[in-house]
Design a protein around this ligand. Structure first.
Ligand SMILES: Nc1ncnc2c1ncn2[C@@H]1O[C@H](COP(=O)(O)OP(=O)(O)OP(=O)(O)O)[C@@H](O)[C@H]1O
Ligand SMILES: CC(C)(CO)[C@@H](O)C(=O)[O-]
Ligand code: BAL
Length: 280
């Protein structure tokens, strides 16, 4: 496995592979890798000749400076995991390599970003849109892999691919969870032991809300019961709990066809903000 910090170095490998008609899979990440990321790498290795994982903590998508400062960075361990998984190449550029000049691009995703993560983290999806576009241009993958854990990000990137006519296939992979249900996330490393023990309540409350909706309970009542469940655990500070259409991400008044309904949650546990969702 080769590790590249320069765009030029990575391109020379990829140009060679493309000249041999090889297919390329890209897994964009911010590092601090876990089994969730590796599941995307595994999927790419099955589908493609060449698998590139990028590791870049993208400053333009952080609206909270402390979140950026404290984001876990574990490049050496990440590379060992990727090598073990069978990844072909890692692209781990510096901020200067990705942003030689401060980017002045503005990408507006309209109603897709006016809710949930977009509403709580102003500018977040502009930064995601910029960096993912750059990664798509740099790597020119045939396929790109994203996790359902970041459900709104998936919708945003689908729109980006369509609006900017990126010639690639987006593959969405299911959320990988710890045995107690907690969605794997790099930010879980920032939880202390007490917070880590409480964190699985996020998925429990999501699942209870899903069961209650499937049993015919009203959405407003279900959301209110879920908020109460979070408020009953003083360590949590609920940011949002939304029942939405999985494509438009807009709140829905009642459930629709199976597979089109989503419940999305963001909650602070101490200083750490975690997100999760279920689609049903
Ligand atoms: N538990 C998971 N299961 C499947 N995919 C995941 C999981 N966690 C993250 N991913 C996906 O991995 C890619 C890179 O995500 P990222 O590097 O931000 O990791 P993360 O664990 O989501 O970290 P954090 O949410 O703390 O930023 C994204 O497409 C994301 O959806
Ligand atoms: C897609 C991504 C790597 C862009 O920085 C990031 O938002 C993430 O890790 O989900
Ligand atoms: N996993 C989404 C990237 C972020 O939280 O900034």
């Amino acid at each position: 496995m080769e590790v590249f910090t320069s765009i030029k170095g990575l391109r020379s490998l990829l140009d060679q592979q493309l000249s041999e008609q090889k297919t390329i899979g890209l897994i964009p990440t911010m590092g601090a890798l876990h089994e969730g990321h590796i599941s995307l790498v595994d999927a790419s290795i099955k589908d493609n000749d060449v698998t590139v994982a990028s590791i870049f903590v993208n400053p333009t998508q952080f609206n909270n400076p402390e979140d950026l400062l404290k984001y876990p960075r574990t490049l050496e361990a990440d590379c060992a995991m990727l090598e073990q998984a069978g990844c072909t190449a890692v692209f781990a550029p510096s901020v200067e390599e990705m942003y030689p000049e401060k980017s002045s691009l503005l990408i507006n995703f309209g109603t897709l970003e006016s809710v949930m993560e977009g509403a709580s983290r102003p500018g977040h999806f502009n930064g995601v849109g910029i960096v993912v576009s750059k990664l798509f241009h740099i790597v020119s993958p045939h396929r790109a892999y994203f996790g359902q854990k970041d459900l709104q990000q998936v919708s945003i990137i689908k729109r980006l691919v369509s609006d900017l006519a990126f010639n690639l296939e987006l593959i969405v992979c299911p959320t990988i969870r710890e045995t107690d249900g907690l969605a794997m996330s790099s930010r879980n490393r920032r939880l202390n032991d007490a917070e880590r023990n409480i964190a699985p309540h996020i998925y429990r409350i999501l699942e209870e809300a899903k069961q209650s909706l499937l049993a015919g309970k009203d959405i407003t009542e279900t959301v209110s019961a879920a908020s109460n469940a979070f408020n009953a655990i003083p360590e949590f500070k609920l940011d949002y709990f939304e029942v939405a259409d999985v494509k438009t991400l807009q709140p829905i008044p009642s459930l629709s066809a199976a597979g089109t309904n989503a419940i999305c949650v963001a909650a602070f546990l101490g200083p750490v903000r975690l997100i999760d969702n279920v689609v049903f």
